[in-house]
Design a protein around this ligand. Structure first.
Ligand SMILES: NC(=O)CC[C@H](N)C(=O)O
Length: 379
């Protein structure tokens, strides 16, 4: 191991882990969560849904393929801090431009390595997610534990305002293909307004792949302005924080459900906000679902999809109104993973069919959205 400075990760329950600094030096605060994805550390750290969170990778060796400009899900890292067992001191990949460590330094992301991430994950799994601090500058455990206890709890936090785009923009690139890179298909047949609560780029790329041009708008765009764009459909994006705290988005979606006659598709936070707009409730899961190996059952087809997930809240099935039906559920804990409106062209999923990275089992949802849009076009 290189000559590294000491670092500490302290948790609100009073426990702490000694390790070494990697990435930027300093202090990071957030809810400590774990993800079981074996690959995709760069996509994970740039996922806007990790705003306000310190991410622990359960995969024990991180950094071995370096970092590049392409494998990002937003304009830069969004997670507050990063916890790993071993950070690879060398990297090797034909697409790598720099080490993951240099990438973190460039963006000022504080990391800690040589942590027993297996032990930490077991703790988070049994106690539940906890607030924590990583520090390379304050190595006083009592001081760090009291800092961890002073971080705001995730319940009640609206973090969408911190990650949504400032101005509307149009998106043109499809998914990455070997030998081609990100493609720029011509002749996109439909336009969809994407309400940006913290969208991941691969959602936009997948919409383009099925012939849809995304017009991404800030989360606070008034619904009247969305309708003025006369889109063929509306997409409600994923995003960080507690869905129940984003009250203006719930109002916007309620208005759109009542007024917009064409298809609406929502993913993750978009799914939760749709359920809230329809009168259901959400609640916080003990340690959430994060990883690229989450089994979900499609109730209609009986088919099991292995999905990518990243969420800490879920829709309470007992509160779902009569107008909605459950279409998918988690095989790990039976929580709601998909909803469909019984009479309107509206459907949502809790998981991530854009799976970047992850299995492509659920990509059919983008094709179903396109089909629904084509069915409703001109009505
Ligand atoms: N990926 C997401 O959209 C996450 C939604 C929400 N912030 C949750 O944690 O449940």
């Amino acid at each position: 191991m290189l000559n590294r400075k000491p670092a500490i990760l302290a948790l609100e329950d009073g426990s702490y882990y000694e390790g070494y600094s990697f990435g930027a030096e300093g202090e990071a605060y957030g809810e400590v969560v774990f993800t079981t994805s074996m690959t995709g550390y760069q996509e994970i750290i740039t996922d806007p849904s990790f705003k306000g969170q310190i991410v622990t990778m359960t995969c024990p060796l991180i950094g071995n393929v370096g970092a590049n400009r392409e494998d990002v899900e937003s304009d830069g890292p969004k997670a507050e801090g990063f916890v790993v067992k071993e950070i690879s001191e060398i990297y090797s990949n034909w697409r790598a431009e720099k080490s993951f460590e240099d990438y973190l330094k460039e963006y000022g992301v504080v990391g800690i390595c040589e942590v027993d991430t297996r032990d930490l994950t077991k703790k988070l799994r049994s106690v539940g997610t906890m607030r924590g601090v990583i520090s390379t500058v304050d190595l006083d455990v009592d001081s760090l534990i009291s800092k961890a206890r002073s971080i705001p709890k995730m319940e009640g936090l609206n973090l969408v305002d911190e990650v949504t785009c400032k101005e509307p923009y149009e998106w043109e690139l499809g998914t990455w293909k070997p030998g081609e890179g990100y493609t720029k298909p011509k002749n996109l047949r439909y336009s969809v307004v994407v309400l940006d609560f913290g969208v991941r780029y691969n959602i936009l790329r997948n919409l383009v792949d099925v012939g849809i041009k995304p017009i991404v708008v800030p989360a606070k765009t008034p619904p009247e302005d969305i309708l003025k764009l006369n889109p063929d459909g509306i997409f409600l994006s994923c995003g960080p924080g507690d869905p129940a705290a984003v009250t203006y988005a719930i109002e916007t979606i309620r208005y759109l459900i009542a007024t917009f006659k064409k298809p609406i598709f929502g993913i993750c936070l978009g799914h939760q906000l749709t359920a809230l707009a329809m009168g259901a409730s959400t609640y916080k899961l003990k340690f959430g679902h994060r990883g690229a190996n989450q089994p979900v059952k499609n109730k209609k087809t009986g088919r099991v999809e292995i999905t990518a997930q990243n969420h800490g809240f879920a829709v309470d099935e007992t509160t779902i109104p009569d107008d909605l039906e459950v279409t998918h559920y988690s095989l790990n804990d039976k929580t709601v993973e998909g909803l469909k409106h019984k009479t309107k062209p509206i459907f949502t999923v809790q998981y991530h069919p854009e799976s970047s990275p992850g299995p492509h089992d659920s990509r059919y949802l983008f094709r179903e959205f396109e089909k629904l849009i084509s069915d409703y076009k001109g009505r």
